[in-house]
Design a protein around this ligand. Sequence first.
Ligand code: NI
Length: 135
Amino acid sequence: MSLTIYRKAHFNAAHRLFRKDWSDAKNKEVFGKCSNPNYHGHNYELEVGITGKIDPETGFLINLDVLKQIIKEEVEDALDHKNLNLEVPEFKTLNPTVENIALVVWNKLRKKIDAKYGLEIKLYETPRNYVVYSG
Ligand code: NI
């Protein structure tokens, strides 16, 4: 029997969606307001789901204090209050769409969470737009 336990987290970040090899007009046409040259911010909401079995000794699936610390170091410290395009190395050449941010976050967490657990994340860019990714 396996269960999934979730931990929520939050970060604010600024970004701009654009391609250097496109004209300003084409960037505006494709990315709309998200291509504003002066950047804009979002309040990102993250849900991290860990799937596994209950440890009969502790009753825990995973120690949530440990998970909280991993999310803090890998996600909040790396992304909170950052300009994703300018300050986060993963987005130097990768457009910081919610899709790509979800992939980057998942890859960072996957490296720190024991392989015996399943990992799924849900990342909200707005209350209505979100991505679910599980590898
Ligand atoms: Ni945006």
